[in-house]
Design a protein around this ligand. Sequence first.
Ligand code: SF4
Ligand code: SF4
Length: 116
Amino acid sequence: MTEEMLECHECSAVCEKVLYPAACLSMDCRFLYSFQEDGRTYFGCIQKVFPHEIDLKRFQDIERTKGGFGVVKVSRQPLPHCSVAVQSCYQTEEGPLCRNLYFKRRDRREVQTVED
Ligand code: SF4
Ligand code: SF4
């Protein structure tokens, strides 16, 4: 199986794969795990597609806000059912010039513009 690139630095922008943990919960993925510590519940991904263990209560509180919890960085090869997007930080006008067609095909999420 061809390994999917998790980051691209082919131009002066920085683009990386990110994942929506809300989708993991809504699909009740079999690779989710949870544990309790100090009275709080945390969840994570056994496959470590995202490396973090997320506080469930804080996650739910943020999910109820306008922007929702959003995304976390992908740290390992996602599985086909993972809800992955591309997050781009453009410095200038690299977007239309993007030469990485695989990244271009992904749902692109521009979250930040870095000005000089
Ligand atoms: S395998 Fe993918 S969908 Fe399942 S918990 Fe991990 S990141 Fe989420
Ligand atoms: S804009 Fe395109 S070529 Fe540049 S880093 Fe992002 S995906 Fe790669």
